[in-house]
Design a protein. Sequence first.
Length: 301
Amino acid sequence: MKPPPFTYHDPTSIEEALDLLQHYGGDAKVLAGGQSLMPLLNFRLSYPTALVDINRIAALSYIRHEAGQLWIGALTRQRMIEFSALVRGHLPLLYEATTLVGHLPIRTRGTIGGSLAHADPAAEYPAVVTVMEAELVVQGPKGQRILRPEEFFVGYLTTALAPDELLVEVRFPISSPTSGWAFTEFARRHGDFAIAGIAALLDSDGERCRRARLATAGVGPTPLRLRTAEQILEDEGLTESSIEAAAVRASELVEPDNDIHASAEFRRHLTRVLTRRALRQAKARSQERQAWESKDRSGSP
């Protein structure tokens, strides 16, 4: 199928793009990687008056270390994130999740900002920014504002972005060198959107859990922080029984829908299984990193 007719613009600056968005009100769509937008246009599920193609705005593509955080421009390609030494070293969860996004040709065009602004709850990046408590920098005619993930994601394919605003940057806190991480998901085929997924971060000391973070993908209209499941781990530690209790609690917290891909009951079951799996993997990675850190401090070969 062919997309509906639209006026095309390719600004070269953020200011020019914002002027265009303000001019068209809510009748313009932003084109970044286009991996989600173009199918919507071709199936005529979206009828914008104009497309604002931001691919020529070079100022929106970067990965840099700033004040204990990694700042990633919204137009940064997923492939650039996947092959970034900074990301792999400081944000291993983001790296792991990126390898699960579609296939390499998709990651070559897709952008981090495009995925987040599209706000598909089954996508990996919304869950990652939620579990990492990242900051989302939004810019409009009145300047910039910084949103937390729970403020940014409003509903299915819906964000807090105003029609004349752009997501311009994502700021990730750098992970502790001894933290553990995991992103587990279930999809029918590699590269498909997940039927359910869990992102996990753990900061532990042996069986003691100093800090736990869990977030979902694909089991609700937005990514969900599983706060009471996290509390179980922080209160009771990382024993097998507490991990199982947290996994059970995670399945109780989600409210998934039935659809053609899976029933709500199956998604709840997957939430339990994937949470258990993610926590075991994150715990093992944390223990492994602590062992290496201890060897480095002692000077052992």
